[in-house]
Ligand binder design. Structure first.
Ligand SMILES: C[S@@+](CC[C@H](N)C(=O)[O-])C[C@H]1O[C@@H](n2cnc3c(N)ncnc32)[C@H](O)[C@@H]1O
Length: 260
């Protein structure tokens, strides 16, 4: 699937037909937390989180149209944040099955197999480079610096890298880091490759790549919390753009701008 855009220059190395395997660790279905969590509780959280992401970007990004690159696009490349036709959405994922799914359902305007940090798009091709729930997997695979440098290279002047990732300084993030260290994360929540990221690391990587960062908490709630508790804590999320409070979010949003 190739759309009609300046990106159709043949510069990208791979396309939907490539069969390199995904780098994510296999997911263990029979884990403790999945046995305890109901689908409806998880869905409640996902809906709230997507609405918060949308609100934050509407308030802070200052873009109403453009070309977006979603890296690690999975099944959901980010249409809830960048609707068609105002935004052209280019999806990239290391997993060919996910790329094929996105191609078939038309959730993106273009989709390609590719690895973060190794993409061959021309410089200054995008208004936004989106990493939604991906950098914390890449942190398990290796350094994050190539992702940030690549985003800086691919962004047009005034564009922004947007990363939405689990935060290390929230109690759930700290618990997850301890579970990783004790090598019990797979038994507890199905995978060893969820590495919560510290606000300091996200901001430091952005600055080192020459981007100008700001941080927000998307939410303080956790998808495993009982629904009434989620409802009662959700109003706290309104504090999520205050600098000190932002750092403690369960899910963080980094907006890191390229110079205009
Ligand atoms: C948790 S999913 C997130 C999917 C989507 N962004 C979303 O918000 O639903 C992580 C995705 O990142 C992809 N991924 C992991 N490591 C990657 C890498 N190094 N380069 C490209 N994609 C990667 C996985 O294949 C998977 O589809």
């Amino acid at each position: 699937m190739r759309g009609h855009s300046p990106l159709d220059s043949g510069a990208i190395a791979t396309d939907c037909s490539e069969s390199e395997r995904a780098p994510c660790a296999p997911y263990q279905q029979r884990n403790l937390l999945d046995r305890l969590s109901s689908r409806s509780t998880l869905e409640l959280h996902y809906r709230h989180m997507m609405a918060r992401e949308h609100d934050l970007l509407t308030r802070r990004l200052g873009l109403v149209s453009g070309v977006v690159l979603s890296v690690g696009s999975g099944w959901h490349p980010g249409r809830h944040l960048f609707p068609a036709p105002s935004f052209r959405l280019v999806a990239v994922d290391a997993d060919p099955d996910r790329v094929a799914g996105v191609c078939e359902t038309g959730r993106a305007d273009e989709a390609h197999v590719g690895y973060a940090g190794r993409l061959e798009f021309p410089p200054r091709s995008f208004d936004v480079v989106l990493y939604r729930l991906v950098l914390h997997h890449i942190a398990f695979q290796g350094p994050l610096q190539p992702c940030f440098s690549e985003a800086a290279r691919l962004l047009r002047p005034g564009g922004a890298m947007v990363a939405i990732e689990p935060g290390l300084w929230h109690p759930v993030g700290l618990g997850l880091a301890l579970a990783n260290r004790a090598r019990v994360a797979t038994a507890i929540h199905g995978t060893p490759d969820d590495i919560p990221l510290s606000p300091r690391r996200l901001i430091g990587e952005a600055r080192a790549a020459g981007l100008d960062p700001e941080l927000h908490a998307v939410t303080y709630t956790w998808r495993r919390m009982a629904a009434p508790l989620q409802h009662s804590l959700q109003p706290l999320d309104e504090l999520g753009s205050r600098p000190r409070a932002a750092r403690l979010g369960h899910t963080l949003m980094l907006i890191a701008r390229a110079a205009g």
